[in-house]
Design a protein around this ligand. Structure first.
Ligand code: AMP
Length: 193
């Protein structure tokens, strides 16, 4: 199963990806997680990405394309993968097509969790409270200013990616405002049970 999960910050992609990882025993490839790990490890990539991420802007396409190219070639991805947070621009979607074709791989599904933008700030705030209660650390970009920028980036750069896949007949849009269990069932239905 090779799957792309699309949706704005707070849409529930991470929650659904975690469930699908367990269900299909395939890895979740989150470019956001990879970049945060690079920042935490203090690598040159992390140094390049840190301030851009903190502002809520998108890092340059080639950085994430290279990450995904490398990871999708790893043996752990032989049985499939879930792309979470990638592709986020049309250039990334095109590059993904090319790199998958080179590896003789194809996407099985592109699922977009459609959510009401006015609910997203509250959702992210809830996620932050849960993280704090569990003793975790809130993401540096989960503040109102960066969130505003992340949502603007989503509207301007990532929303066209839905249209890109819709034109190719690959997109399934699901109601991300439904309770988690219903979203899970809808995804399972879209993936064929
Ligand atoms: P996320 O964890 O998916 O919300 O991503 C957190 C931040 O990492 C984003 O706001 C961007 O700065 C950066 N990022 C993650 N994935 C991408 C991507 N595919 N393209 C560009 N920037 C990305």
């Amino acid at each position: 199963m090779r799957l792309v999960l699309l949706g704005p910050p707070g849409a529930g992609k991470g929650t659904q990806a975690a469930r699908l990882v367990a269900k299909f025993a395939i890895p979740q490839l989150s470019t956001g997680d990879m970049l945060r790990a690079a920042v935490a490890a203090g690598t040159p990539l992390g140094a390049q990405a840190k301030e851009i991420m903190n502002r809520g802007e998108l890092v340059p396409d080639q950085l994430v394309i290279d990450l995904i190219d490398l990871r999708t070639s790893a043996p752990e991805c032989a049985g499939g993968f879930i792309l979470d947070g990638f592709p986020r621009t049309i250039a990334q979607a095109r590059a993904l097509d090319v790199l998958l074709a080179c590896k003789k791989m194809k996407l099985d599904a592109v699922i977009e969790l459609v959510v009401d933008e006015s609910a997203l700030l509250a959702r992210v705030e809830n996620r932050n409270q849960e993280t704090l209660r569990a003793g975790g650390v809130v993401r540096a970009d989960d503040n109102p200013q960066s969130l505003k920028t992340r949502l603007a980036a989503y509207r301007a750069q990532t929303a066209p990616v839905s249209a890109y896949y819709a034109e190719r007949g690959a997109l399934r849009q699901l109601d991300g405002m439904a309770p988690i269990g219903e979203v899970s069932s809808a995804i399972d239905g879209a993936l064929g049970g």
